[in-house]
Design a protein around this ligand. Structure first.
Ligand code: GTP
Ligand code: MG
Length: 452
């Protein structure tokens, strides 16, 4: 007999990749297959995430998975709508995602947000596999719904099969250019040393059994130790979004990755002006199988246990920050919990130089992703903060000695009118974009223009 399954928590799987490459469709397919398998009730939809129990996964994976090989409870998938939300999903002192699926459209290959995702995975040392999606769009492809990829690939014409191989090798080449040794998943012996590429179609379900099998195998083999948690301890989590909820005021959508959160708990949440100490008023979950992003109707629960997504309603959450930690106080000293939250926030705070650019971003996660990329480009930063571009940011940028440093990079935030006016007067350049690579490219073009 293996270790007690109850003591292992569900691994958190982040699904990330470039816009439109099929992240949500892939999760929909997994949900849909569960419905077809008569298991719809078993799938639980959480705030921002979907939990799929092990027996459902093994049913979908068919012969590829032997459930007796596994004792993890299942997988908790987190969909990431576009890049910057994913970086928000990163927890402090380790990735919130235990493992990840990088979705790449086989026809489109690596795109800017694919690269950004790869950078984040590299920095956080998060193990991942690649879902090479939309194989059904290869010219001449004959779909065999829900079949394992090697089975359906063998039934294709030589032309279609070799077309697919060509596209897959392009993706493997891109991974290698970015420092990852990769291969078709069935050739990978050691998933810690090599990234496995799984060809799939979120449309037809081909390759989905393989994807689930590889994910389960990966988590079982490499994550078991990390999945042993203090089941009943005070909850620890990360804020994904700060949102208004009718009747509850400002709430936070969080993923709890350790312990439990109860309706009567005191919590500490990272906020724009430091830690917020407050009491849970309600723990809310969407009604079963309802689509999370459109769901208005919640039901109250008394407790959530890791790993799980939940909406937390509590007073004073207006200044809570996406990407910030949430910690339950319970029988701990509240000051120690505040310190722990402060320490986590300080970890995220970006190291700054004496002279450099001013960086503003919409969430802690995006600030971190942007700063990490700037560091790789050896671009110094003097101030990095979450929030809209305000006049004081312009004044800081205006004190720079180097003309190229009289610059503000604004990622996914607004530039306040008086800040814009002041920037014009002070000759400070403000670059705005929602794509990190674009922002940096614009800045580098600007530097080149100044220097030549
Ligand atoms: P964002 O959330 O905007 O980043 O996009 P996403 O990655 O979640 O992509 P989404 O699942 O919304 O899919 C984008 C489009 O691609 C939709 O029109 C899907 O129907 C289509 N699509 C996704 N997967 C497949 C696939 O395997 N085959 C085909 N033919 N189309 C697909
Ligand atoms: Mg999506």
């Amino acid at each position: 007999d293996g270790p007690d399954a109850g003591a292992l928590r569900t691994p958190i799987v982040a699904v990330l990749g470039h816009v439109d490459h099929g992240k949500t469709s892939l999760l929909d397919k997994i949900r849909g297959s569960a419905v077809t398998a008569g298991e719809s009730g078993a799938i639980t939809q959480h705030i921002g995430s979907t939990a799929v129990p092990l027996d459902v996964i093994s049913k979908m994976a068919g012969d590829l998975v032997d459930p007796t090989d596994f004792d993890l409870p299942g997988l908790l998938f987190i969909d990431t709508p576009g890049h910057h939300s994913f970086s928000t999903l990163r927890s402090r002192g380790g990735a919130l995602a235990d493992i990840a699926i990088l979705v790449v459209d086989v026809n489109d290959g690596f795109q800017p947000q694919t690269l950004e995702a790869v950078d984040i995975l590299k920095r956080t040392a998060t193990p991942f596999i690649v879902a090479a999606n939309k194989v059904d769009t290869v010219p001449g492809w004959n779909p065999n719904p829900d079949e394992p990829i090697q089975v359906t690939k063998e039934k294709q014409s030589d032309r279609a099969s070799s077309d697919l191989d060509e596209k897959l090798y392009e993706i493997i080449g891109e991974l290698s250019d970015n420092g990852f040794s990769a291969d078709m998943y069935w050739r990978v012996q050691n998933f810690q040393a090599n990234v496995g590429v799984v060809p799939v179609s979120a449309e037809t379900g081909e390759g989905v059994p393989d994807l689930l099998t590889v994910l389960m195998g990966l988590s079982q083999r490499y994550l078991k130790e990390e999945m042993s948690v203090d089941v009943g301890g005070p909850g620890v989590g990360t804020v994904l979004e700060v949102k208004e909820a009718r009747g509850f005021g400002t709430t936070v959508d969080a993923v709890v990755y350790d312990g439990t959160v109860r309706e009567d708990d005191q919590i500490v949440v990272g906020g724009l002006n430091g830690p917020i100490v407050t009491d849970v008023r309600a723990l809310l979950k969407p009604k079963p199988l309802a689509e999370i992003r459109t769901e208005q109707e919640f039901e109250r629960v008394e407790e959530v246990a890791a790993a799980d997504g939940v909406k937390i309603a509590a007073p004073d959450l207006d200044s809570a920050m996406a990407g910030a930690p949430v910690r339950v106080v319970r029988d701990q000293d509240v000051d120690e919990v505040i310190e722990a939250v402060e320490a986590e926030l300080a970890d995220i705070a970006v190291s700054t130089a004496e002279e450099g650019l001013v960086v503003k971003a919409d969430t802690l996660g995006s600030l971190e992703a942007l700063s990490g990329t700037l560091e790789e480009h050896e671009i110094p930063v003097v101030r990095a903060e979450v929030g809209d571009v305000a006049p004081r940011d312009v004044r800081v940028a205006g004190t720079a000695n180097e003309p190229t440093n009289r610059t503000i990079l604004a990622f996914g935030v607004d530039v306040l009118d008086d800040a814009r006016d002041l920037a014009d007067q002070e000759d400070v350049n403000v670059f705005e974009n929602d794509v990190i690579y674009q922002l940096i490219e614009d800045y580098e073009d600007h530097v080149e223009a100044i220097e030549t």
